[in-house]
Design a protein around this ligand. Structure first.
Ligand code: NDP
Ligand code: ZN
Length: 358
């Protein structure tokens, strides 16, 4: 079969591979829609994943049709239309039993695609622990919405969940690409009062408003800490979600957060973002109360697995959020994942999220 792979640092290519075979707990999926992710770009072009010379197929955002299942899979059968989360852990791993399935097996071990096995940008791909990791796509759910649940929605929502938002809190979401936009929607669902969104792309700003932002802050028009402090009478935010930017942004988030607040990071600090900062993310000493500010900093990989997808399906089916608004560019045919990936790399101003239909 054909797949679009990372063949080395900064290198991608089409490759031929044998169609995967399902082990006892696995399912083989024929994708029906795919999306590239900013994380694919970090993986290939920013040293995000070291494959140690291996060639691995890219892609972790997919929906599809079950092609075959292993002998121990009980809940799915060939022909089922399924949503495949980006995070597909081994649910019997110790970390999963501790409540941190994202780190099953090792740090970030829940992200199996590309890191440990071939991803979904192929004619077929394998999903481990199928009963724990697949969810049925409801007949009345659009492919656009279903596809966005696999990574964008679960990630953005987890930013809001980890931020411990209380009803009426003042919340800032820094970065309103597709991930940050889902954090905005998640913050609204969690009961945010005033809800700032930091970004500059006009179509992202429109969706941010649609998802419940009350105030837009443009980071290109001045220091965002000053802008947030001015708008909040110098008080700052109860919760800050970081969904874009660099190590300086990380420091700014801490500066605009009140004492007792939570800073929730879902952004990925790749090699490019480290420019000038080395391997250390800065915590500003004064804003950190010289270590005594009661500010909680948390950061997490998005939750995956079947139950998470089923809960997100519930959110969409009840009309609480429409993830299909995130799709700004459409492509047809497996071969166009290449163009979609380059689009994600170049990030034109009108891009939110591309979708490839197969
Ligand atoms: P985008 O590049 O589409 O969005 C980034 C956002 O950050 C844009 O709104 C951009 O503004 C804004 N931004 C850029 N620079 C700054 C700055 N200096 N200060 C403030 N805002 C800034 O990315 P995605 O939404 O696709 O992804 C966001 C991050 O989430 C990525 O790092 C991705 O790897 C990560 N991610 C994390 C996951 C997880 O599980 N934790 C899962 C999936 C993705 P502008 O409007 O000008 O473009
Ligand atoms: Zn992703």
């Amino acid at each position: 079969m054909k797949g679009f792979a990372m063949t080395g640092p900064n290198k991608v290519a089409w490759i031929e591979k044998e169609k995967p075979k399902a082990g006892p707990k696995d399912a083989i999926i024929k994708p029906t829609a795919l999306a590239p992710c900013s994380s694919d770009i970090h993986t290939v072009y920013e040293g995000g994943v070291d494959l140690g010379g291996e060639i691995r197929i890219l892609g972790h955002e997919a929906i599809g049709i079950v092609d075959s299942v292993g002998s121990e899979v009980t809940d799915f059968k060939p022909g089922d239309k399924v949503i495949v989360p980006a995070i597909t852990p081994d649910w019997s791993a110790k970390a999963s039993q501790c409540g941190f399935h994202q780190h099953a097996g090792c740090l970030l071990g829940g992200i199996q695609f590309t890191t440990f096995r071939d991803g979904s940008m192929a004619e077929y791909f394998l999903v481990n622990d199928a009963d724990g990791n697949l969810a049925i796509q409801p007949d009345d759910m659009s492919d656009e919405a279903a596809l966005m649940l696999t990574d964008m929605v679960t990630t953005g929502f987890s930013g809001a969940e980890n931020a411990n938002i209380q009803i009426g809190d003042t919340v800032v979401v820094i970065g309103i690409g597709p991930v940050g936009l889902c954090a905005v929607a998640g913050a609204k669902l969690r009961g945010a009062g005033r809800l700032f969104a930091v970004g500059s792309r006009p179509n992202c700003i429109n969706i941010a408003k649609e998802y419940g932002t009350t105030d837009i802050i443009n980071y290109r028009e001045g220091d965002i800490v000053e802008q947030i402090l001015n708008e909040t009478n110098g008080e700052g935010a109860d919760a800050v979600i970081i969904a874009g930017g660099n190590s300086e942004t990380f420091a700014q988030a801490i500066q605009m957060a009140k004492a007792g607040s939570t800073i929730s990071n879902i952004n990925y600090y790749g090699v490019q973002n480290y420019e000038g900062a080395g391997d250390i993310l800065p915590i500003p000493r004064f804003a950190w109360g010289a270590g005594m500010a009661h500010k909680t900093i948390t950061g997490g990989l998005c939750p995956g697995g079947r139950l998470r997808m089923e809960k997100l399906i519930n959110v969409v089916e009840q009309g609480r959020m429409d993830p299909s608004l995130l799709i700004s560019h459409r492509f047809k045919g497996l071969e166009s994942v290449e163009e979609a990936l380059y689009l994600m790399k170049d990030k034109p101003r009108d891009l939110i999220k591309p979708m490839v239909t197969l």
